[in-house]
Design a protein around this ligand. Structure first.
Ligand SMILES: Cc1cc2nc3c(=O)[nH]c(=O)nc-3n(C[C@H](O)[C@H](O)[C@H](O)COP(=O)(O)OP(=O)(O)OC[C@H]3O[C@@H](n4cnc5c(N)ncnc54)[C@H](O)[C@@H]3O)c2cc1C
Length: 389
């Protein structure tokens, strides 16, 4: 028996478990693999407000505030660094794109500056190539270490009383008379009146039998990671058309991503000390493209030895906004998924919103844009996800 069962120990589920356990609920957090096994481990882990959809901007701004003291709160390192985010224009055609983002978002109250010459850019980030023309610069953006952060949430949730069960897959959510009564896994059954679906790209596997489907496309992103090199880059780097992004981690490794690619459908497993983990492999072509594109704007990356590579999958909704909703037609069921390539930064706020919804409190931020019901009339994909860190 549990007050609430959370399906998925990515950043969304782990932060929800932490918030709900802290609020005194009897929480069970389940993952078919383990913490940060999927998007929350595959991610670039930028913590970014700049370039956000207006509906997400208040959440991202609140998240950035939380990130600054999250490590102290969780009593665990997050390696959060507020080094800024630069979005680059490499060609004359890309310059107006950057100018428009700066105009729109300064009007929305964000401190986003236009660096209109290469000299201005390289004054802030000397690692940027000399042919880059213009950039937007948000000094309050940054990044964190994804696995450390998710583990921090999991451990803090456990200290607050949450039970965690990893390597256990939810196969069914039992509903009687329109209300949740239990979660069934490949290892047993847990009676509960509330369940939070934070299962990323697999969310629909447990929702579909209940007649609920969040419309998703699942593109792939190639990720390369270098060996540690001397610190040369403080900012997270994006580009106007989002065909690559990257940053240097706290440990000196570059972590660099492609733009969105078609997923070939392959999802294998690799063995780790903690048990099997899912693995998607990028193609040689996509890896070569990432080196060429990011190496073109940060030459130090192309010169570094590559230590690791993987691909990540994105739960992209038609409007590239998530579903965060407890009003999906079944009492006790809360859905938080479809983060469309932006959900790492939002993680600490997602947990607080889910906690509000599960406890029946008014959500502390407007969640109308994130309602499942917005897909009742149209499921057409109008927005592509864009990765800018
Ligand atoms: C390459 C890449 C780059 C990105 N860059 C950024 C970025 O710079 N900034 C940013 O903010 N966001 C970024 N994102 C997006 C961000 O990482 C995700 O939105 C976020 O991590 C989603 O977290 P989540 O907890 O919702 O889902 P996930 O992390 O995918 O977690 C879902 C969990 O559910 C578990 N699960 C699924 N089905 C079941 C089941 N039936 N039973 C039990 N467990 C189950 C899975 O094992 C998984 O651990 C990026 C994503 C990728 C892939």
């Amino acid at each position: 028996m549990a007050d609430v069962v959370i399906i998925g120990a990515g950043i969304s589920g782990a932060s929800s478990a932490y918030e709900l356990a802290k609020a005194g609920l009897d929480v069970v957090l389940l993952d078919r693999f383990g913490p940060a096994a999927m998007a929350s481990g595959w991610t670039l882990a930028g913590v970014r407000q700049s370039g956000r959809h207006p509906a997400e901007l208040p959440l991202a701004r609140a998240a950035v505030e939380i990130w600054s003291s999250l490590a102290e709160e969780l009593d665990s390192p997050t390696y959060y660094r507020r080094g800024g985010n630069l979005r680059l224009a490499r060609t004359p055609e890309e310059v107006p794109v950057i100018e428009a983002i700066v105009a729109d978002q300064t009007a929305a109250g964000l401190d986003l500056r236009l660096l209109s010459s290469n000299r201005d850019i390289r004054e802030i980030a000397p690692a940027i190539a000399e042919h880059v023309l213009t950039a937007s610069f948000c000094p309050t953006d940054g990044s964190a270490d994804p696995t450390s952060t998710v583990m921090g949430f999991v451990k803090a949730a456990e200290r607050a009383g949450a039970k965690t069960r990893f390597g256990e897959r939810v196969t069914d959510i039992e509903v009687e008379n329109g209300r949740v009564v239990a979660v069934v896994t490949d290892k047993g059954r847990i009676a509960t009146p509330r369940v939070v679906v934070a299962a990323g790209i697999f969310g629909n596997e447990v929702l579909k039998p209940l007649g609920i489907t969040v419309p998703l496309q699942i593109p792939m992103v190639t990720v390369l990671r270098s060996v540690p090199i001397d610190a040369v880059l403080e900012q997270v780097i994006g580009v106007a058309n989002a065909d690559c992004a990257g940053r240097q981690e706290y440990n000196g490794r570059f972590r660099v991503t492609s733009g969105l690619q078609d997923w070939h459908g392959g999802l294998g497993e690799r063995q780790t000390e903690a048990g099997p983990r899912p693995r998607v492999l990028p193609t040689g072509h996509s890896m070569a493209e990432v080196v060429a594109l990011f190496g073109d704007v940060v030459p130090a990356f192309a010169a570094a030895q590559i230590e690791d590579y993987w691909a990540g999958l994105i739960d992209l909704t038609p409007d590239a906004l998530p579903v965060i909703d407890g009003d999906v037609g079944i009492e006790g069921l809360v859905v938080t998924m479809g983060f469309s390539g932006h959900g790492f930064c939002l993680g600490p706020v997602t947990g607080r919103l889910v906690s509000d919804i599960v406890q029946g409190k008014p959500p502390r931020f407007a969640i109308e844009p994130f309602k499942y019901s917005r897909f009742h009339n149209s499921r057409a994909f109008t927005e592509g996800a864009t990765l800018h860190g």
